[in-house]
Design a protein around this ligand. Structure first.
Ligand code: BGC
Ligand code: CA
Length: 345
């Protein structure tokens, strides 16, 4: 019993430490002479963001002392974490917003303390970034992923006449959308479908709902859609791989991917679990969302401004007219899968 209590106590301490944000002196030393950078991730429990986080940590090694926070998908938490980090004397903030609309709140805190901010992954509005000369963004051109995914759907559809199961020449699709209001989710949804239409292929949307970037939700939605539409579904379009993998789980339970029962699914991110399914010929393809370079760019910029240097000093990154570094997306299929694998090395 006593042992159990001690264990519980230790567990609670670890948990509360994690909630407060852990200070991680990167590199060998005690981190005293390295610039402190305050980082938030909207939630650690996001597959893709865990790779961005890993890259930030790796690139900070020996260069910066990170204060790393899990905002647990709660903007109020994140606001408190930013206050805490400012009071701890961080020289720069690297912020993955919970709510893309919350940028002005974070900016007003940083502005008061005269601390520069690099936002990443969830793009603040142009107006928000314009309101503070010491704020920047690192991410992607959101619509690019939609266009690439749309092209992949067109190419694979044209190469597989059997996929038009009802033979009407149109794609009956279901779409798993990411978080509503997230620039990536909105643009991917719009441009993937637009790209198909632009190619001259007709589309019919059977279902479109948000799976909040989440694999479990993706599976639940696919379960319901399969129960309702069954084989009338001809294509599954997912805004990210986590939801695509959830849908694939659901499809496997219904007997797909064995014998000649097949359902095309496409995702975005090209995370390692998705690459495995591409290699098996289950997932049609994905779009590499380059976590390694987005993490590197976020850290590079934050470190520069923390040290009072020009934001791009000594880097190869470029800023566009919206003060953003945009890391390119890349189509990933079986043929070039190694490119995606290499990006995780
Ligand atoms: C990724 C998603 C991720 C989201 C988090 C997107 O760019 O594709 O997988 O959940 O960012 O904000
Ligand atoms: Ca059809």
């Amino acid at each position: 019993m006593k042992k159990l209590l001690t264990l519980l106590l230790v567990f609670t301490m670890v948990l509360s430490l994690a909630a407060c944000g852990s200070t991680q002196p990167a590199g060998g030393g005690d981190g005293e002479d390295l610039p402190k950078i305050g980082v938030t991730i909207y939630k650690f429990d996001d597959n893709f963001m865990s790779f961005v986080r890993r890259s930030i940590e790796k690139n900070a090694d020996g260069k910066a002392e990170l204060i790393l926070n899990d905002s647990q998908n709660n903007q109020a938490n994140q606001n408190d974490q930013v206050d805490m980090m400012i009071s701890k004397g961080v020289k720069a903030l690297a912020i993955n917003l919970v709510d893309p609309q919350a940028a002005p709140t974070i900016i007003s805190k940083a502005k008061k303390a005269d601390i520069p901010i690099v936002f990443f992954n969830k793009e603040p509005s142009e107006g928000a970034l314009d309101s503070y000369d010491k704020s920047w963004y690192v991410g992607t051109a959101s619509k690019e992923a939609g266009i690439i995914q749309g092209k992949m759907i067109v190419d694979t559809w044209n190469a597989n006449s059997k996929w038009d199961k009802n033979g009407d020449g149109k794609i009956q699709y279901v779409l798993l959308k990411g978080e509503p209001g997230h620039p990536d989710a909105e643009a991917r949804t719009k441009y993937a479908v637009e790209e198909i239409k632009n190619s001259g292929i007709g589309v019919e949307e059977l279902e479109l709902q948000t799976g909040m970037w989440d694999s479990v939700k993706g599976k639940e939605l696919m379960d319901a859609w399969l129960a309702k539409h069954g084989d009338a579904i001809e294509y599954v379009i997912a805004n990210n791989d986590a939801m695509a993998l959830g849908a694939i789980n659901s499809l496997k339970t219904e007997g797909y991917y064995s014998g000649d029962k097949f359902m095309p699914v496409v995702g975005v991110d090209a995370i390692p679990d998705a690459l495995t399914e591409i290699e098996k010929g289950v997932l049609v393809g994905s779009v590499l969302n380059d976590a390694a370079n987005q993490g590197k760019a976020s850290l590079d910029l934050a470190l520069n401004v923390a040290e009072g240097k020009d934001v791009l000093d000594g880097t190869n990154w470029n800023l566009d007219d919206k003060k953003a570094v945009r890391v390119p997306y890349l189509a990933i299929t079986k043929e070039n899968i190694q490119v995606a694998k290499d990006s995780y090395k």
